[in-house]
Each structure stands twice: as C-alpha cells, then as structure tokens.
Design a protein around this ligand. Structure first.
Ligand SMILES: [Zn+2]
Length: 270
C-alpha cells in the first residue's frame, strides 16, 4: 500500500483523522460496518477478500481511538522464514481497535505485537490517535521512531519516514519516493491554511486533491499502468457526542461520495 494519513485537532476540540488507501491495480473492498470488538465497538474496514477474515486497513473505535496505517517503504526489506509481514500488521490494527481505550494502550500493543511477531517487510508507518493526542509511529525491524503531536493543530504523512530518515530512500531515486515527498508537501501546505479551523469539507477536499496530478504524484492518486491508484478513503470525525466515520471504497474519492456511519462513545469513556 501507498497511502496518505493524517490528523487535525480543531480549536473547538473536534478531531479529524483520515487516510487514503492507495494500491497498484484494483482490489475489491467490503463496505464498512460497525462491529463489537473484545472491548469496544468499532468501524471495521475489512482488508480481506473474505469479510470474515482478520485484518483492517483503518478504523476508529467507540473510545475514539483511530488507527491509520501506511507502508514504510524503507530500504530494508526483511522477508522469508521467521519474519511476518503485511497481514500481521492489519491484524494488529484490528486488535488495537477492539481493545484500546487510549492512544497509549494502542501504542503499547503495537510495539509488543511487532516485536513478538517479528514483523518484517518494508517496515510500517502508522498514526494512532485519540481525542487528546496523536503519535506517528515509524517502524523498521527492531527500530522505532515515535513523534507525538506536541500541540500541533495537524500532522500528515505519506510513505515517508521523518524520525527514521536514515532508512528511507531519497525522493530523487525514483518516482515512488518522489510521490511520497510531493504528497507530504501538498498535505502540509493545504493544512497550514486551515489549521485549527479545518472543516470536514476541507478534509474531503484534501483527500480529493490533485496538485502535481491527477497522477501517482497527487494525494488522490491516478497513476498510470503499474503505478498507485487511490482505491479507498476514510475520515473519522471525533465530535463532542458522536463519532462520525466517512468512507469511500473501490473508487477515487474525487469521483465518489463518502458513506457515513455513526458510532456512539462507549459508556466506559463517558
Ligand atoms: Zn482524483
């Protein structure tokens, strides 16, 4: 996957968390549904051909904890015996949604899980967030880079390490890495205009943005043959009383309308 992920913390306390899911070639994704997890209800976005299979590509739970994953695209690539890969990361995301009551519980879970399961591949780049804080997690086989929000009104990532910058390729190496740099820059530029006053419409406009495109270089990705296309899009709006999620599956966000699902905060939180 190649993705754009981010978070906005508004001045009035509302929070937006978002992800575009980009892939090479088309897959078929199942519609979002609200499921009862081990501890919390959550918006389940199945990553599997079989909707009963384990693993999600993003989501938010009734404690207001969201998980947004993007590939690490690191130089290191640990595969083969003893190393697990993408499916395990998606299983871990689901486990966070089912059981984590805060960003810190989710962070604890992902570190234990990735170390215990020896997650390999090209690493991972994840945002875990709740109403109060967000952390960007960069992972590359036994290395962890954590960057908390630190009061900033927004943060955004493409597939582009900042903390572990030593294990990522340079943008000039090929168009894949150039796209990571351009999408990060586009996101930062747009969010800098609206910052703590960013609205739902602003977030949708960002996920439909075609600066440097429409092509594999834009946030809404329309790559050519063998390049990335945006296949799904997800927004969680953590409001004062409810969590509204908005999802597009199997289409470009620029040509689709978002489907809304509302989740009540769990009694445990209130
Ligand atoms: Zn588009």
């Amino acid at each position: 996957m190649g993705c754009t992920i981010g978070a906005v913390y508004r001045e009035d306390g509302d929070v937006f968390l978002f992800k575009n899911l980009d892939q090479i070639g088309h897959s078929t994704y199942h519609p979002p549904e609200i499921r009862q997890g081990k501890r919390f209800k959550y918006v389940h976005l199945s990553s599997c051909r079989d909707p009963n299979g384990i693993g999600v590509w993003a989501g938010v739970n009734a404690a207001g904890v969201a998980v947004l994953g993007a590939d690490g695209n690191t130089i290191t690539n640990f595969t083969g015996r003893g190393w697990s890969s993408l499916n395990d990361t998606l299983e871990c995301y689901q486990s966070i949604l089912e059981t984590s009551g805060s960003l810190y519980e989710g962070l604890d879970l992902i570190i234990r899980f990735y170390q215990a399961h020896r997650v390999g591949g090209n690493g991972d780049l994840v945002i875990i967030a709740d109403r109060n804080d967000a952390v960007v997690i960069e992972y590359a086989t036994d290395r962890w880079g954590l960057m908390f929000r630190n009061g900033a009104p927004y943060l955004i990532r493409s597939n582009f390490f900042l903390a572990l910058s030593g294990v990522r390729p340079a943008p000039e190496e090929n168009s894949l890495y150039l796209s990571c740099a351009l999408r990060y820059q586009t996101g930062m530029t747009h969010l800098s205009r609206t910052a703590g006053n960013t609205t739902l419409d602003d977030v949708m406009a960002l996920l439909r943005n075609h600066d440097h495109g429409p092509s594999a270089m834009s946030i809404c990705r329309h790559g050519g043959k063998g390049e990335y296309l945006t296949e799904c899009s997800f927004i969680a709006h953590l409001g004062p009383k409810h969590i509204d999620s908005y999802t597009v599956i199997n289409g470009y966000p620029c040509e689709s309308s978002y489907r809304k699902l509302t989740l009540d905060y769990s009694a445990e939180l209130i």
